[in-house]
Design a protein. Sequence first.
Length: 172
Amino acid sequence: MNRGIPLRTDFDGAALRRLANDSKIAKQAMRLLALAAVYDGESRSRAAQIGGMDCQTLRDWVHRFNADGPDGLIDHKPPGPARWLSDAQMAELAAIVEAGPDRARDGVVRWRRIDLKRIIHERFGITYAERSVGELLKALGFSHVSARPQALGQDPRQLEAFKKTSPTGSPS
């Protein structure tokens, strides 16, 4: 008969129950209680039932517990796919955004995601979606809010004369 995977010896059922009681993460607490049942001599199928899982899943958590202890029973977000631009290309993109567009060369007065999408494709040969360009900008520390460009040839004196003013007193 198969005995199963042995649990590490530096814990016992009572210690795991205390950890489960102190845990702020519900799934970790359930896994700790399932392993505490194994330490107390329950069958693996009964321990899996206590933890709300099947036997194979309990086996996987035993491996993680043996390798990393109670912290191994916490779900971790997977890293996701790697970024297509290298660090050097990201630095170059940051310099492009920081410098701003040249109206004569780029044909725009401020960068939009669709403009940067075109620049990235021209410079690096990589095609991003507009949304992904926004995520790149966020990763570089840029905000989606930008100041409006000042139109060429604005005269500050004429702007001051054109401003509307409120009447000083309110009608009674």
